[in-house]
Design a protein around this ligand. Structure first.
Ligand SMILES: [Zn+2]
Length: 529
């Protein structure tokens, strides 16, 4: 048999966690053939990979890349994860996506999505519509999507602060059921974000039961990752227990000065649950800074009714004073990021009409003009019509390391690719950073374990059959990198700089990165676990 591609003499890190060994890896018809080293197999293209490692392509289990490929044009953003070895992205996280909705709500949701995803990206009634739109856009790597609960809720009730009626909840369950049947990968929530935060535990249990029926996970950005993170984790455990769904905790962290060190309690809790047979996993990104919307710094009632209602309130001095007081005093059940840290930890990442603010903290901007930081944030949000991204320097390194080292933690970038601005470097840097800094330099993980967290573990959790390991007959998504030099190039100042040491990336048997440069191949598909 003549192979399409032979990777000769590489250190094979196969994604199962097994010790690396030297082997030849062949690719034919989009599938792997593992051969003994020195096989001498015949191939159309041969890569002499002595001294390099070959691993399954990385699966980024946590992205917000729902819209970027549909916007078109921004190759630098679309290319960044591919250059880092990511061969599949899972979007629709944190309760937020581009489907589903009742048909009558699609125009309203499309307008909200245009704010959230940085341009008119479209909006669909179900996963099939979303998948068809993506399938029509050539892409280098694969994409899978969760069903976002916040989007689903807005797609039935609108962005309103009230419980769902039984009829509305039944409609939500049926829309979710349809999208999961069409191939969406699970249910996600973002319980700090509006409108997801307006839902009580029972509502999420009812939806998670639908995911459980499909054998798909309940994936959650907890209701609080700061001072009340343990209570929020228990809510997630309750939802999984009552619904029967597997639990996946998104970007696990214990952030803000009142929760630093709390992973010493949350991780043993998760380990005990697993020891009891409870199916729980998590993901993590290798940075002490988070990134989100500036509007998430405001109390939930500020966004009741959607973006137009938020900007109307920001323009009203009385409503502003209520928000200022809520941040100073807290609101029961609300994760108050600024109250847990301060405006000096919040840097502007993206404000398209005010680029001079990007990279500076709200506290810096305020003191430069002798103003109250809350007013600076409120004015900026108003002038940007509700859409400003921030970077929040809210974590400590010890917590990040403890989560990375947990055996059930996989890697997810939480990247939020939107045109312009100065985004968090995690979109481009996460995977090479784990391999370089945390594996080679700090020795926190061995190479086989690090690769498993990026591949096999992720494929198992999200039902990506035939992916995540290098084995005979598996889908030929792979990355060749140099363990001695691999590392992140992206920084907070230059967040899209390419990584070091990532040599070749193959998707569906086609070379999409050769010697660190993107090729013209676009074999990526929408995956339907
Ligand atoms: Zn999130």
């Amino acid at each position: 048999m003549r192979l399409d591609l032979l990777i000769r003499g590489a250190l094979l890190v196969d994604g199962t966690g097994a010790p690396p060994r030297t082997a030849d890896v062949g690719v034919a018809g989009g599938r792997f053939a593992v051969l003994p080293a020195g096989s001498g197999a015949d191939a159309r293209e041969t890569l002499d990979a002595a001294g390099l490692a070959v691993a399954p392509g990385f699966i980024d289990v946590h992205t917000h890349s729902d819209g970027i490929a549909l916007l078109g044009g921004d190759r630098e953003l679309v290319r960044a994860p591919v250059l880092a070895g990511v061969t599949a992205e899972i979007c629709g996280n944190c309760g937020s996506g581009l489907f589903p909705a009742l048909p009558g709500r699609v125009p309203e949701l499309r307008a909200e999505a245009s704010v959230g995803f940085g341009g008119d990206v479209g909006f669909w009634e179900d996963f099939a519509g979303f998948a068809a739109a993506h399938a029509a856009v050539p892409r280098a790597n694969h994409l899978a999507s969760l069903v976002g609960h916040g989007t689903l809720r807005a797609g039935v009730l609108g962005s309103v602060d009230r419980p769902a009626t039984p009829a509305e909840l039944a409609t939500m369950c049926s829309l979710l059921d349809r999208s999961l049947a069409q191939g969406a990968a699970g249910l996600s929530t973002g319980l700090i974000y509006t409108p997801g935060t307006y839902a009580d535990t029972d509502e999420v249990v009812a939806l998670a039961r639908v995911a459980a029926r499909h054998g798909k996970p309940y994936v959650t950005h907890l209701r609080d990752e700061m001072s009340r993170v343990e209570e929020a984790l228990e809510e997630a455990v309750e939802i999984a227990r009552r619904s029967g769904a597997a639990l996946h905790v998104s970007h696990h962290k214990t952030a803000g000065k009142y929760a630093w060190g709390r992973t010493e309690r949350t991780l043993p809790r998760l380990a005990r649950l697993r020891a009891e047979g409870f199916d729980v996993t998590c993901d993590v990104y290798p940075y002490t800074a988070a990134s989100t919307h500036l509007s998430a710094m405001l109390p939930p009632w500020a966004s009741d009714g959607g973006t137009a209602a938020l900007t109307a309130r920001l323009a009203d001095p009385g409503q502003r004073d209520r928000m200022r007081a809520a941040i100073a005093e807290g609101v029961p059940g609300w994760e108050n990021t600024v109250g847990n840290g301060g405006w000096d930890r919040i840097a502007i990442a993206r404000a398209p009409r005010h680029p001079h603010t990007e990279g500076r903290t709200v506290a810096e901007l305020a003191s430069a003009h002798g103003r109250d930081p809350f007013d600076v944030a409120a004015d900026l949000l108003l002038a940007e019509r509700g859409e400003v991204m921030i970077i929040s320097h809210s974590m400590v390194e010890d917590d990040v390391r403890r989560v990375l080292a947990a055996p059930y933690a996989m890697i997810g970038s939480d990247g939020v690719p939107k045109p312009g601005g100065r985004p968090h470097p995690r979109w481009a840097g996460t995977f090479p950073r784990v391999l370089g800094r945390y594996t080679r330099d700090l020795g926190l993980l061995d190479l086989a374990t690090a690769v498993r967290k990026m591949t096999g573990l992720a494929a198992e959790r999200f039902g990506l059959a035939g992916r995540g390991t290098i084995a005979d007959g598996a889908h030929a998504d792979l990355v060749v990198f140099d363990p001695a030099t691999v590392g992140d190039g992206a920084t907070f100042a230059e967040p899209l700089l390419p990584p070091k040491g990532v040599h070749t990336v193959v998707v569906a048997g086609q070379v999409v990165v050769r010697q660190g440069e993107e090729t013209a191949a676009r074999p990526g598909k929408v995956l339907t676990p």
